[in-house]
Design a protein around this ligand. Structure first.
Ligand SMILES: *[C@@H]1O[C@H](CO)[C@@H](O)[C@H](O)[C@H]1NC(C)=O
Ligand SMILES: *[C@@H]1O[C@H](CO)[C@@H](O)[C@H](O)[C@H]1NC(C)=O
Ligand SMILES: *[C@@H]1O[C@H](CO)[C@@H](O)[C@H](O)[C@H]1NC(C)=O
Length: 395
């Protein structure tokens, strides 16, 4: 990148001198924000920053943006006809894109405030996709994407209905927008002006500002309550940028509503790995694959009115097995032993058996109901569960 910028440097300086100002379109003169002097600083700082980029990341660019903003004000006052001035928009596309590509979300927002043309560039999906993935990729899954799409579609519908009826003012009482509003809490601002558009930037900011509640799963819910150790439950969550944590709302347990949980740390959250909802039996497709030592998650619920959670366990050996690797035939047996070694050996939660040929939801009101199984193939997923391992064995 440094090489790229340096190799373009003579080129940049040449265009800035050789294109007569009048030959540029009108919008371009509006964009002439930066004097040649500033450009020297810009490139010098840019080079310095690029050298350090590997060490410190994209925050480095922020001083440049502040300068760009100051220069913007100065440029309005200065005589723009003065030759030798040039703007950031005179940069070759590739260089400009590379620079914008390195800016932080805050950097992009400030840079977007400099002028109209930069605003468009700084809002493009292309530059925000990377930030979206980097910051929210771990917690935003297909379900969250679907909710955002559904929200956008509803918003579209409400807006076009409203335009047709021509009463924008009382819109917030119309049903779909009430729903939209409950999904996105705009903190009392006028609704119409704060409705987001369908750009990725808008989505990013709706999550960042905690306006968008999205489906995710929470490990060890309710602050690691002992009754939920080594489980992962569905919830609607929203981000709180003041504490850099999340707030989680769990679906009700039968008639009992669960108070929301605040301060959920990043490492207790994941995007739902499968599309199965909390009230649906997951279709198990790995039964023939399961053998002793495999790591699994199994759906479990207290009773049929409660939502399922995913519980971590391993496949164990059958009682008749010598547990000798050469002689073990457990993988050929129609019965599969599941072990939950976080519990004491005599705990009723320690083991359960399932039927390899005909596995359905099994259980009763005392011990709860075991549902579908996911075999864990990913080392990261297994490591995550190990990291959550309780310090004491559970009863
Ligand atoms: C909303 O409407 C715009 C055009 O008005 C369209 O481009 C966009 O795809 C629509 N979005 C959804 C999610 O329907
Ligand atoms: C399957 O396991 C059960 C219980 O351990 C045992 O009684 C049975 O003989 C095993 N069946 C086969 C085919 O190995
Ligand atoms: C409930 O099911 C478990 C096995 O899943 C069994 O051991 C227990 O006896 C059952 N309890 C009742 C009350 O049926």
């Amino acid at each position: 990148m440094l090489f790229l910028l340096i190799s373009f440097l003579p080129f940049i300086l040449i265009i800035s001198k050789s294109i007569p100002l009048k030959s540029l379109p009108l919008w371009a003169s509006e964009m002439r924000l930066l004097s040649l002097l500033f450009w020297r600083e810009f490139l010098c700082l840019g080079a310095h920053w690029l050298k350090e980029f590997r060490l410190v990341g994209s925050q480095r660019f922020d001083p440049l943006i502040r300068m760009a903003c100051k220069k913007k004000a100065a440029a309005r006052v200065e005589n723009v006809e003065e030759s030798g001035e040039m703007s950031v928009l005179d940069l070759p596309e590739l260089v400009l894109d590379a620079i914008l590509g390195k800016l932080s979300p805050t950097g992009l927002s400030s840079m977007g405030g400099v002028c109209k043309s930069l605003r468009e560039r700084c809002r493009s999906d292309h530059v925000w996709e990377r930030h979206m993935k980097k910051k929210w990729g771990r917690v935003i899954g297909r379900a969250a994407r679907r909710e955002w799409q559904a929200y956008l579609a509803l918003r579209n519908e409400s807006l076009s209905n409203a335009k047709a009826k021509g009463f924008l003012g009382s819109l917030s009482c119309v049903w779909p927008l009430c729903w939209v509003k409950s999904r996105l809490d705009f903190g009392g601002k006028p609704l119409m002006s704060s409705l987001p558009d369908d750009s990725i930037m808008s989505w990013y900011l709706s999550i960042e500002k905690g306006k968008f509640w999205f489906p995710a799963q929470v490990y060890n819910r309710e602050h690691g309550h002992v009754g939920f150790m080594l489980s992962c439950y569905d919830a609607q969550v929203r981000y709180d940028c003041n504490t850099d944590t999340f707030e989680a709302r769990y679906p009700p347990h039968g008639r009992r509503t669960i108070p929301p949980e605040g301060g959920v740390q990043w490492d207790r959250l994941r995007a739902p790995p499968v599309d199965t909802s909390a009230h649906e039996l997951h279709v198990t497709d790995c039964l023939n694959d399961l053998r002793p030592g495999d790591h699994i998650e199994i759906q479990w619920r207290r009773n049929k009115e409660f939502p399922y959670g995913w519980w971590y366990g391993v496949v164990g050996h059958l009682e008749s097995c010598s547990q000798n690797d050469q002689q073990c035939r457990c993988h050929n047996n129609d019965t599969i032993m599941l072990e939950f070694n976080q519990y004491t050996p005599d705990s009723r939660w320690r083991r359960t058996v399932i039927d390899r040929k005909n596995h359905r939801e099994e259980g009763n009101e005392t011990d709860g109901f075991y549902g579908g199984i996911r075999k864990l193939y990913s080392k990261d997923e297994i490591a995550m569960w190990k990291q959550l391992w309780p310090t004491e064995v559970l009863e």
